[in-house]
Write a protein that binds this ligand. Structure first.
Ligand code: TIU
Length: 225
């Protein structure tokens, strides 16, 4: 049995089923100036700090040939999948679908909507485009995970309390055993990140586990040696 040293207690790697890496929304729209994150009034620079750690996880899963899923929050060019309520929200000058410095804001296929080049998916990795904050709403993620007999998810990405937490709660309700990597997720609000980590692992792991990347990487090494 291989364990990841985690909170609130050790996380057991699966033996007869499969473990996947789920990277949430590491897109230019959230990490770079001129995208959706900045137009919502956020300082996007703090999100950059996790990129090397997310990359380490990505490389470890690639080298062990474990399944990898990336998500992208974005909308169809005609915005038919963007609720009016979402489009109207916020008080900035630009809205979803308007033209910003990296193309149309939060629209699929636009330069700003792409995953950052450092974490660009390989052709054999799955990219889930999603219209909402959770990666299960309006997507085939649940079906794909079941088809591949995946039961355990190691989760990274941004932002901790919005798309990451929503996705982790959706996954938890669907029966997946989820671990959020503490230094591979970030928020525009440090206190929200901290609270989210605490909420997840409170009450005996009501939503799942959290652990630093080093512990995850160490356990992965052990499980394949
Ligand atoms: N605004 C914010 O913190 N996040 C989002 O809108 N999307 C994601 O978290 N990906």
């Amino acid at each position: 049995m291989v364990l990841i040293s985690a909170q609130p207690y050790d996380y057991e790697l699966p033996v007869s089923s499969s473990l996947a890496l789920l990277i949430i929304d590491m897109q230019r729209d959230f990490l770079e100036p001129g995208g959706f994150g900045e137009l919502l009034g956020n300082n996007v620079s703090r999100l950059q700090e996790i990129v090397p750690t997310v990359k380490l996880l990505l490389e470890a899963f690639r080298s062990q040939k474990l399944p990898i899923f990336h998500t992208v929050e974005g909308h169809l060019p005609d915005l038919s999948d963007c609720p009016r309520a979402k489009q109207r929200r916020g008080q900035g000058e630009l809205r979803i679908g308007d033209v910003g410095p990296m193309g149309r804001i939060l629209v699929l296929g636009e330069p700003g909507n792409a995953i950052i080049p450092q974490l660009e998916p390989l052709p054999n990795e799955t990219v889930i485009t999603k219209p909402g904050k959770g990666a299960f709403y309006g997507t085939k993620l649940d079906t794909l995970l079941h088809e591949q007999e995946i039961t355990h998810l190691i989760i990274a990405g941004v932002t901790t309390e919005v798309c990451v937490q929503t996705t982790m709660r959706e996954a938890n309700d669907r029966g997946f055993e989820c671990l959020l990597v503490e230094d591979a997720t970030e928020s525009y609000f440090p206190e929200f990140k901290q609270s989210t980590l605490e909420m997840i692992r409170a009450q005996g792991g009501i939503v799942g586990w959290t652990a630093p990347a080093a512990n995850v990487l160490q356990a992965l090494e052990k499980s394949h040696n």
